[in-house]
Design a protein around this ligand. Structure first.
Ligand SMILES: C[S@@+](CC[C@H](N)C(=O)[O-])C[C@H]1O[C@@H](n2cnc3c(N)ncnc32)[C@H](O)[C@@H]1O
Length: 322
């Protein structure tokens, strides 16, 4: 570690604090429209010249004549239908920083229900046309899944706020889904989103431990949000998915994070891994190992693929539908 790395971490921590406070205090909403320094000062309740300079210095706002407004990319990220919301990412970054400190102090950083919601929202597609385009593209890359669910049933295991599954339901009018989510605060948001999207009648949203779900040969496809399942749950969850799928039914797995070779990304990776592993999560487990886990549970590999949306494995429950 050098003094210059300390300076860059110091700056990073301060910049994140600036951004998070700007979000909390409503500046990011307020500056969506161009505002003069006088208007910003009135909003702040104190002279805001230095604050605007800090926002401008960090690319949060740009000058627009005499006024300031949100940078275009920031505004796009904050839009209600941005595929992954920037506000959720900012809140998650702040949470992760606090978790790092807690793990260093105590060895673990268990999440409250509201914190689980922060995590779920930070990785979920937000409802809207851009998200539909993302899921359409995903289905184009895995037509086996689209064909299985277009007029069939999907089991979404660890559904979070339903970023994928609710978007898929809104695209495929003949699809039905059952979703399993452990945390009530998270499932409540999925339920509200299903209602808002008009797909609630085709989404059976369950709040439960996926290991306790009992179904036999019923589902045509399953999606398992495996990065969020601790080691001690995985064998039972895979066994549950195997028996819930019909013979020939398809399972999709995704590798979410990958180990960088070096550089600053490597340092950041060690912190995210520290937090994830303190919760016994299989952080950045390589796709080949995920396939091995599923094969040990009785699945057969169809294929793996790497697309711009990530690394995916497609497996099936052996046998043919009777
Ligand atoms: C963050 S979500 C994944 C994102 C989601 N697939 C989407 O498209 O938005 C993963 C969820 O799995 C849930 N989870 C973890 N263990 C679980 C279990 N044993 N049973 C049910 N849900 C579980 C977590 O609470 C978390 O909300």
């Amino acid at each position: 570690m050098t003094i210059s790395s300390l300076s860059s971490w110091e700056h990073g921590a301060q910049a994140l604090a600036l951004l998070k406070a700007a979000l909390d205090r409503g500046y990011l909403d307020f500056l969506a429209s161009p505002r003069t320094p006088a208007e910003v000062s009135e909003f702040a309740g104190h002279p805001a010249g230095d604050l605007l300079a800090a926002f401008e210095g960090h690319g949060i706002v740009v000058r627009d004549g005499e006024a300031y407004r949100l940078d275009q990319e920031v505004a796009a990220g904050l839009a209600a239908d941005a595929p992954i919301g920037l506000a959720a990412r900012i809140v998650r970054a702040d949470l992760l920083a606090r978790q790092v400190a807690e793990v260093v102090r105590t060895g673990t950083a268990p999440l409250t229900g509201d914190e689980s919601l922060i995590v779920a929202q930070s990785v979920a597609l937000q409802p809207g046309d851009p998200a539909r385009a993302v899921v359409d593209k995903l289905h184009g890359a895995v037509p086996e899944v689209r064909d299985a669910i277009a007029n069939g049933r999907m089991l979404d295991v660890g559904s979070g706020v339903g970023g994928y599954v609710l978007t898929a339901l809104s695209l495929l009018p003949g699809m039905r889904a059952t979703t399993l989510e452990l945390v009530p605060e998270v499932a409540a948001v999925a339920r509200q989103r299903a209602h808002d999207l008009g797909v609630a009648d085709r989404a059976d949203i369950r709040v439960m431990d996926a290991r306790r779900f009992h179904a036999w040969d019923e589902f045509d496809a399953a999606f398992w949000a495996q990065p969020f399942f601790p080691e001690e749950t995985r064998t039972e969850v895979l066994a549950m998915i195997l028996r819930s799928l019909r013979p020939g039914g398809v399972l999709v797995l995704q590798q979410l994070d990958a180990e960088p070779a070096g550089g600053p990304e490597r340092a950041a990776f060690t912190l995210a891994r520290l937090v994830a592993r303190s919760a016994r999560l299989p952080f950045a487990r390589p796709l080949a190992d995920l396939v091995g886990e599923a094969e040990a549970a009785g699945f057969t590999l169809i294929r793996t693929l790497e697309i711009d949306l990530g690394r995916l494995a497609l497996l099936r429950r052996p046998g043919v539908a009777g």
